[in-house]
Structures are given as C-alpha cells and as structure tokens.
Design a protein. Structure first.
Length: 369
C-alpha cells in the first residue's frame, strides 16, 4: 500500500500544471476542475475496475520503463514498438515508476498538456472540447500503462500541423508513429494525401484529378502485395481471437478487399453492439459507440453546412481508416482501443480546420469561458 504514495508524488505535478494554467489564465476554472478530477483516474482502474491482467500489455511498458530509468539496458523488450514507446515515456518528467499505475499518470500528464494547448492555442471550444474531456475510451486508455496516448498525441499534432500548412513539421512529428504504431503512421500519410486532394488552398488542388491518378498509379503495382499482407494479419488476428482456421474467409482479389473493407468500417465503429457484450465494460463500450456514432453524424452535418469539402474529406478519411482496421480486428476490446485515436483526430481536426478557415467554432454553446 505504501507503494501508492509514489503515485501520489506523480499526481502532484499534474495538479500543479493545471493550477498554474488556470492561475495564468490559459484555461477557465471549469476546465481546470475536470482536468484535476480526471488526474486521479489511474487510481480507480487497475485493481479496482479490473485486474491488471485484463490488459496485460501494461506490464511490458511498466517493466521496460523501469529498466530504462534504472539503466538496465540489457533487459529491454524485444518488441520495437514497446521499446521505443518505453524510451519516450521514460523521459516524461514525473518522478516514479513503482507500480502498474505509475505510467497511467505519465499518460494523464500528456493528455492534460494536450488539452490545455488545444484550448489556449488552437481555440478548441464547445461540445468538441467537452467530448475530448469526457470521452470514456480516451479517459480509460490515457489512464493506463500503455502506448496508446503517445500514438494519439502524435496523430493529433501531425494533423494540426498539416492543416496549418506546416507540412515538413507535420511529417517529422508523424515519424515516431512508424516505430510505435506503424499502421497509424501509414494512415496519417493517407490523411496527408486526402488533405492535399480535398483542400482548396493546397498546392495540388487545381490539379487534384491528376494528383489522384498519380497516387493510384504509384499504389497499383503493390496493391496485391498490400492485400496479401492485410490478409495475413487478418488471419493471425482471427486465430488469436479464438477463430478456427478452417472457417476463415480469405481476401483473394481486389473486389474481396473492397467489399470486406466497406462492410468492416461501420462494424468496427460500432463493435461491440449491446447484444454482443459479455461484460459490464463491453456493455458500457457498446453504449459509448452509439453515442459516438450519433455525435459524429451531428458533427459532419454541422460542418457540411459551413464547408462541404471539409466534411467530405474527414468523412472519407474516417471511413478509410476504419475500413483498414476493421479488416483485421475481430476482438471488441482491441477495436475500441485502436479506433479511439481516430475518433479524437476527426473531432479535433475537423473542428480546428473549420475554425481556421471560416472562424466557426462548431457547436460552441455554453462553453465560451
């Protein structure tokens, strides 16, 4: 029990950051209150809501960061994503990694700083801001000893910088994703290409159809190889989640790929459905999915009233990202964990882009402080 005093020491710097941000006027009182309350979240997950073994990946990061901080460099993880993520987490300026809860506070500090930055520097307001604060999956995974918070933050920063036409900076910021979550790195590249194609102020917009043909021509020779790699990953995930190899339906053609991908996107967004849940946590996630589906629909509707091009770009990108992940992910918990960074970047990115180009704060009612 005394070990948890170390995590109190991890909590205090987060609370100080929040207080200083409020004191100097970067965030309002109501936002500082909720950021402060949610800074305590890591105390109420492992050993309370569930056993650490429910998400066993946490142990890899916990031991890896401990080894790095104690200079035990011969005992690092053999997994490159785990090792690189652990190095990044080890440099977060919090003092202790003594329990499985500790890295949850590291991640809460990251999300707290991101939220303050988005509010103070990028004018994120209204319901999108409230969504970012209260999104249950974000609150959950940013309070655990996992790499998902790092993945989300690099994605958010890359998207915002690219929208601001700071393209080289965006590409540089996206590079860590190649090592900690390479699938998301390639899907961020897809966003970069989509932005160039759909955005009226991009350098290729006038010649966008030629640009599209060039992209297709560049991908076409490798398309069957890409499909084979995806199918191999899909089969492995299917077997890992208890599927029988003999019942697996492979993707053999481009037509199979397109049909299965389009079918997978809505299911990946909505899984687990309420009748598929076999635990309280899955049931809660199923109702969260219904809310997200409704909220995203409303966001796209509001955005399209101001700028159909922005709404279309983000809709196409979301479908593309969900389709690719939906192809290979069968486990409900994995689906929730993998999709939340994309939900965050769509809401934050679309809101910020609309504000940047039209001065519109989406759904900005009741939170103008």
């Amino acid at each position: 029990m005394l070990l948890y005093l170390y995590d109190v020491a991890n909590l205090l710097p987060i609370l100080i950051v929040i207080f200083v941000s409020f004191r100097f006027g970067y965030i309002p009182m109501w936002l500082s209150f909720f950021l402060g309350v949610f800074a305590f979240t890591p105390f109420f997950l492992n050993y309370v809501l569930f056993a650490p073994g429910y998400m066993p990946d946490q142990w890899q990061y916990y031991y890896s960061v401990q080894n790095i901080r104690s200079f035990g460099l011969n005992d690092l993880s053999e997994s490159i994503p785990v090792e690189v993520s652990s190095w990044m987490l080890s440099f977060i300026p919090l003092p202790y990694v003594e329990t499985i809860l500790s890295l949850g506070f590291f991640n809460r500090l990251i999300v707290t700083l991101l939220t303050i930055w988005l509010y103070a520097s990028k004018n994120l307001r209204g319901w999108p801001l409230l969504f970012l604060i209260f999104y249950p999956s974000l609150l959950l995974y940013s309070s655990l000893s996992l790499r998902d918070t790092l993945v989300m933050v690099f994605m958010v920063l890359s998207v915002i910088l690219f929208i601001e036409n700071k393209k080289l900076s965006a590409i540089i910021i996206s590079l860590p994703l190649f090592f900690i979550k390479f699938q998301n790195f390639f899907l961020i590249i897809v966003f970069f290409l989509a932005h160039l194609y759909f955005s009226r102020d991009s350098i290729v917009y006038r010649y966008r159809h030629i640009f599209l043909l060039i992209v297709i021509a560049a991908i076409a020779p490798f398309l069957m190889t890409i499909i084979e790699i995806l199918d191999y990953s899909r089969l492995n995930m299917f077997i890992e989640d208890g599927g029988y190899r003999g019942s697996y339906v492979p993707m053999r053609t481009i037509e199979d790929f397109i049909i299965i991908a389009l079918q997978s996107a809505p299911y990946f967004l909505m899984k687990p459905l309420p009748w598929e849940a076999d635990s309280f946590l899955q049931l809660a996630q199923s109702f969260e999915n219904i809310f997200i589906f409704t909220f995203l629909g409303y966001m796209f509707l509001i955005t399209s009233r101001f700028d159909k091009q922005i709404a279309l770009k983000w809709f196409v990108y979301l479908i593309a990202a969900l389709s690719i992940y939906g192809l290979v992910v069968f486990n409900f918990g994995t689906a929730v964990r993998y999709k939340f960074p994309f939900i965050v970047i769509v809401i934050v990115g679309m809101t910020y882009e609309l504000y940047l180009k039209h001065g519109k704060l989406i759904l900005n009612k009741g939170t103008k402080a």
